[in-house]
Design a protein around this ligand. Structure first.
Ligand code: TMP
Length: 238
């Protein structure tokens, strides 16, 4: 399958059309941004790691019954996916307080929750991805009530599966963001990516951050952290 036209260029990925109108090619870049594009940089090797990690994780989820957009990996940076209409929601699941939750509610980072916390943001860069609830999402017609219920169920299911997978590799899944899309027949599937750009991953022993927070917070060792999580994912070592 070859790339045709550039359909869309985002902050971390490019999306191309293909001869098949139902399929797209996603090409991952090494570009990194944070704080809605205010901070810009490059993370060497990130595109290839995020592409391959996202594909491994989505394939693992598919195997356990979660529908995703994944078709097949084409090369280290590029993947063939089903064309979907993205539901404009950033769906966040949190197991421990961190990031914007800690800041907004004054809770120390690393405080565990009794049960996972689901949060929606409106995917809208101009508005700065504002936090919203189910009623807001329904009022704005971002998704139907039925879709919201499916998305909530899927998000918790993804959390259970990914938490187990990372725990086996000595990593705490602190939180993550996923996006869903609609296939032409309306079926909701997991789309976008799952990578250290979109998850908080901490070493279970040292609590060292092994994700994009190293870039956001200028902690250094960004490339090394991405390489290490990929290595731990593929080797399955603790
Ligand atoms: P937050 O604590 O900054 O709201 O982030 C929650 C999770 O979502 C974290 O794992 C990082 C991820 N995330 C994205 O994938 N994209 C974004 O634009 C933001 C702000 C967070």
């Amino acid at each position: 399958m070859e790339k045709q036209e550039l359909l869309y260029e985002g902050k971390a990925k490019k999306v191309y059309t293909t001869p098949d109108p139902e399929l797209l090619i996603v090409s991952y870049k090494d570009d990194a941004t944070a704080f809605n594009g205010l901070k810009k940089g490059t993370i060497q090797g990130k595109g290839a790691i995020n592409n391959q990690m996202s594909n491994l994780l989505m394939a693992a989820l598919e195997k356990r019954g979660m529908p995703t957009h994944l078709v097949r990996e084409l090369n280290p940076r590029e993947t063939l996916v089903k064309r979907v209409a993205i539901v404009p929601l950033e769906v966040i699941v949190r197991n421990l307080a961190a990031g914007s939750f800690s800041k907004r509610y004054g809770v120390e980072e690393g405080t565990p929750f009794d049960e996972p916390v689901l949060e929606f943001s409106y995917k809208n860069d101009e508005l700065g991805d504002p936090l919203l609830n189910d009623d807001h999402a329904a009022a704005l017609k971002l998704a139907t009530r039925e879709e919201l219920a499916v998305i909530r169920e899927y998000a918790f299911q993804i959390n259970r599966l990914l938490r187990e997978l990372w725990t086996d590799r000595g990593i705490i899944l602190v939180d993550f963001k996923v996006e869903f899309g609609r296939l032409p027949d309306g079926t909701v599937v997991l789309a976008d990516e799952i990578s250290p750009d979109t998850c908080r991953l901490w070493d279970a022993q040292t609590r060292e951050k092994l994700d994009k927070d190293r870039f956001r917070r200028d902690l250094g060792g960004v490339e090394e952290a991405y390489r290490q999580v990929m290595e731990r994912l593929t080797s399955g070592l603790r």
